[in-house]
Design a protein around this ligand. Structure first.
Ligand code: A4P
Ligand code: MG
Length: 197
């Protein structure tokens, strides 16, 4: 088994939902165990045009050799409608292998650690959220590169599902002796509107 880290990005279609669905798709592979998923981030396009991106990172345990993992990434991208009209074109889904154990691979069609990882807040910030002490082979501590990307806009997206927020609000109300806020959720934390997605 190897611990691998994948970066997910999208800025075409329902990008937010695609990232969630892609994580489910990865988790359903019998060769992969998803160990952790970062928050979802909204990010400014870097070296690219189009709308803002949504990005996240997943940490996996996998029995797949790295080339099979790359092939799987390409299959999942295709499943979600990825097209490649030109370099850095807007995309429904991009899956990059950021790290694969402590392997260092430099081949024409596969470079690990991902060659632009240390230059990009949209990869570094979610990685460091999952592992604040992460070491990038050949580069050292991931957090050492944060200052250099501080000008890249990145913001954490609040989860669409407000159930837990509703529950927290109800518990706070109960603690204050106040009536629960029906807009946020009832006394059992159930949503009055919207719902899980
Ligand atoms: N490839 C080589 N190494 C890897 C690796 N570690 N993981 C090859 C995945 N693929 C790797 O990838 C092109 C080729 O890279 C593949 O055939 C594979 O064999 P691609 O997915 O077709 O194209 P790409 O992702 O556009 O290329 P690239 O060069 O990886 O682009 P980047 O650097 O990933 O940039 N801004 C924001 N805010 N958020 C983003 O997610 N993404 C990009 C793409 C630009 N700006 C962005 C974002
Ligand atoms: Mg890619």
């Amino acid at each position: 088994m190897t611990v691998a880290w994948l970066g997910l990005g999208a800025n075409l279609g329902d990008a937010r939902q695609t990232l969630k669905d892609a994580v489910v798709c990865l988790a359903q592979q019998h060769t992969i165990t998803v160990l952790a998923k970062s928050s979802l981030y909204r990010t400014a396009p870097i070296d690219a045009g189009g709308d803002d991106y949504y990005n996240c990172v997943v940490k996996l345990d996998t029995t797949l050799p790295v080339r099979h993992l790359l092939a799987l990434c390409h299959r999942v991208e295709s499943h979600f409608g990825r097209e490649r009209p030109f370099r850095n074109a807007p995309r429904t889904l991009d899956l990059d292998i950021l790290l694969y154990g402590d392997h260092v691979i430099e081949e024409p069609d596969l470079i690990v650690p991902h060659p632009r990882l240390i230059e990009r807040a949209f990869a570094l910030v979610p990685l460091i959220e999952l592992d604040p002490d992460l070491i990038i082979p050949q580069h050292g501590r991931a957090d050492a590169f944060l200052t250099a990307v501080a000008d890249q806009r990145i913001e954490k997206v609040k989860p669409l599902c407000q159930c837990l927020a509703g529950l927290a609000a109800a518990e706070a109300d109960t603690a204050r002796g106040a009536a629960p806020d029906v807009a946020a959720g009832d006394s059992n934390g159930k949503m009055k509107r919207g719902g899980c997605r």
